[in-house]
Design a protein around this ligand. Sequence first.
Ligand code: KG4
Ligand code: ZN
Length: 346
Amino acid sequence: MIVLGIESSCDDTGAAIYDSERGLLANGLYSQVELHARFGGVVPELASRDHIRKTMPLVRQVIADAGIGQDEIEGVAYTAGPGLIGALLVGAAIGRGLAMGWGVPAMGVHHMEGHLLAPMLEPQPPTFPFVALLVSGGHTQLVRVDGIGRYELLGESLDDAAGEAFDKVGKMLGLPYPGGPHVAELARQGRIGQFEFPRPMTNRPGLDFSFSGLKTFARTTIADRTQDGVLAEQTRADIARAFEEAVVATLVIKCRRALEQTGLRSLVIAGGVSANQRLRQVLEENLAKINSKLFYARPELCTDNGAMIAYAGCKRLLAGQRQDLVISARPRWDLESLPEIHASSA
Ligand code: KG4
Ligand code: ZN
């Protein structure tokens, strides 16, 4: 089955063509980073308007890149939530409308399910069951995954998401939005052990996270070390390094705990922060010690993209699920509420 996927939940317009027989045929992305940069964060109304401008040209581009005719598309998947409601509605209206016009079924996809399944697009995909660490700009969750739609939430952030903490600390360090990749880049010049950031909620049991304290700790540290309005370049990098180490260490402790608790031996990391090299490296070292395996997607499939939506939508369409004719989106949407797909159809 050939499926067009559309992603528009936040500040990236993504479109992709996935074929259940041949794999990913085309993947296009238009990032709105420059549009929002001067505001230091995403402006929802500007995001919606830009999705309106960019989605159809991107859809045409991926159809051409895939080397197919539009009449070969057998289903349309779009992100139906969670995310910014205006942005979501653009993708939902276009996706639903195209499907109706082409006379093919449509599927509204859960954005985090898309992230969670993205590593399935890699040559050596994980097999069920596994533990998934979802780390994006809006979510930090540990999920037990027994199949598509068989999700049990093991823990989540009680306040900021890991990506959000990266973005806020990036802003404090004077780095462009989104801060995550820039903090990671700056941390490379940083020396380990110059600052000791806390590892929040690791010395008590449970799998929940809290990242807002780390952000406050960063703010205080930066203020302490700023003299006459100047923070020395090396100190800036050392702070970035210490912050990244603290986030990584905290995530690693909770992932190990989740594997122990479930008795599972595969960990999937997904979402924008899973592109972080240091997180991958430390997790890989740790999991090797406990005879467990780490799975992740290539960097462009970790951050928001249309490919993961096309893939998740294709799985659900193949299982016979269909979106009704109503154009709808949900800014909040519980991952555990998704219907299950039985192994035979997945
Ligand atoms: O999954 P995603 O693209 O969008 C959401 O669904 O939120 O995640 C974006 C988040 C941003 O907070 C961004 O700063 C973070 O992922 N991010 C990173 C890295 N690349 C992206 N954080 C740390 N290190 C990275 N290399
Ligand atoms: Zn995302």
